[in-house]
Design a protein around this ligand. Structure first.
Ligand SMILES: NC(=O)c1ccc[n+]([C@@H]2O[C@H](COP(=O)([O-])OP(=O)(O)OC[C@H]3O[C@@H](n4cnc5c(N)ncnc54)[C@H](O)[C@@H]3O)[C@@H](O)[C@H]2O)c1
Ligand SMILES: O=C(O)C(=O)C[C@@H](O)[C@H](O)[C@H](O)COP(=O)(O)O
Ligand SMILES: [Zn+2]
Length: 364
């Protein structure tokens, strides 16, 4: 079978390391969830947003012969990534006497899997979590790497824990109800994977963006799986972000500051798209990155209708928020930039004037 023939079989991508686990991609793979939870689990907290209420109820129904399943509906999107929401889940777990051999399931987009993972990581200092991402972004990135977290008033993901899931189940049928703008937002992280590791992703999007972003096509499945593979390989090597894993933050230093400035009304993927434009300009201005690769960022992101600029007057606000980025060391900013396609590297403490100049290049 060639890579771009329709694929009926599930794909299993292994994340290695001390607590290795599988990421399973396909249609019908949700049926694996009972086995993924495992024989020791009796009680399951199924965390989901209102948009997936019917799907969560169906899933509970399918599991009731083996488990006692409690549904926890949480606020949608970033409103769910708050300590009050984690406390709401902890309360349910406490009142239902969840023990260390019980489990949490996160069913939703990246916001839900981040929160559910965080609840699982903190309940009794860590219980099993199975992630069921229901957005493209969740499947290719958020649910994959065991990074969990919540936001605080000061910034994005400032509180969190590394906690490996027992399994990640990417049920492609769940994407049937996902709006096109959410599919495109998820593609920002797929484009990230294209620039930092697999340029084939960029070629596929440029060749036919409609087919690449249509969950029914083999092209879609191919780019999704490449992005998952990239993340799985990086996480296998550096689960706790001692070094290599920082490359997954390409576009995120400015991107997270944009999300914060926009009070989380921008999609994460949209903010990361602007952040990658900024990182590309930093690469170009510092003489590392060719015009060709820098310009390719705009071309690919525009094909996906993702934003490539941000209001020029917001620099001071963004700079202040970026100081709290997790890659900062001793008050010095660090950015992931490219030396070339698939050659990410860290730029240490760039000159303020270069940062400002790069921002002017993407200013609207
Ligand atoms: N932990 C990580 O490594 C990691 C990686 C990337 C992103 N993230 C986080 O993920 C979050 C973004 O995730 P996201 O883009 O999935 O956003 P999201 O979780 O906010 O979901 C986007 C929207 O899609 C809706 N939705 C989800 N699944 C649906 C479906 N199947 N059908 C219809 N509607 C559906 C949700 O209700 C929501 O309104 C951010 O908080 C970001 O910080 C984390
Ligand atoms: O998995 C990682 O590592 C990433 O950086 C992936 C990012 O896409 C993701 O948005 C992550 O949540 C950002 O992490 P943070 O440590 O900068 O909060
Ligand atoms: Zn991200």
């Amino acid at each position: 079978m060639t890579a771009l023939e329709p694929q009926a079989e599930p794909t299993v991508i292994r994340v290695g390391g001390d607590e290795g686990y599988d990421v399973v991609v396909g249609r019908g793979v949700i049926a694996r969830i009972g086995d993924a939870l495992g024989p020791a689990v009796r009680k399951v907290l199924l965390v989901h947003p209102a948009t997936l209420g019917a799907r969560a109820a169906e899933l509970r129904e399918s599991l009731t012969d083996r488990f006692e399943v409690i549904l926890a509906e949480i606020p949608d999107a970033e409103a769910g990534k708050r300590v009050e929401v984690a406390a709401f889940c902890w309360q349910i777990l406490g009142q239902a006497d969840f023990t260390r051999s019980d489990a949490v399931v996160g069913m939703g987009g990246g916001a839900v899997t981040d929160l559910a993972g965080f609840v699982a990581a903190t309940w009794l200092r860590g219980v099993r979590v199975v992630q069921v991402p229901t957005t493209v972004l969740g499947m290719v990135d958020a649910a994959v790497g065991g990074k969990t977290g919540i936001n605080t008033n000061e910034g994005k993901n400032l509180v969190g824990v590394f906690h490996a899931p027992a399994e990640v189940i990417c049920e492609l049928d769940l994407l049937d109800t996902l709006p096109k703008n959410e599919i495109l937002a998820g593609f920002a992280e797929i484009v990230k994977a294209g620039f930092i590791r697999y340029p084939e992703i960029l070629d596929t999007i440029e060749a036919d963006p409609e087919r690449a972003t249509d969950p029914a096509t083999p092209e879609f499945r191919r780019v999704v799986e490449l992005a998952i593979r990239m993340k799985a390989d990086v996480v296998t090597e550096d689960f706790k972000e001692a070094g290599l894993r920082e490359i997954l933050n390409y576009g995120h230093t400015l991107g997270h500051a944009v999300e914060h400035a926009e009070r989380y009304q921008w999609r994460h993927g949209a903010a990361v798209a602007v952040g990658m434009m900024f990182a590309a300009e930093l690469g170009r201005l510092s003489g590392r990155l060719s015009d060709e690769v820098a310009d390719r960022h705009r071309r690919v992101l525009e094909l996906l209708s993702l934003p490539t600029s941000y209001p020029a007057g917001r620099w001071n606000t963004l700079l202040a928020t970026m100081q709290r980025d997790k890659k900062s060391r001793g008050g010095q900013l660090r950015f992931i930039v490219l030396d070339d396609l698939a050659k990410p590297t860290v730029m240490q403490a760039p000159d303020q004037s270069m940062l400002f100049a790069a921002y002017q290049e993407i200013g609207s």
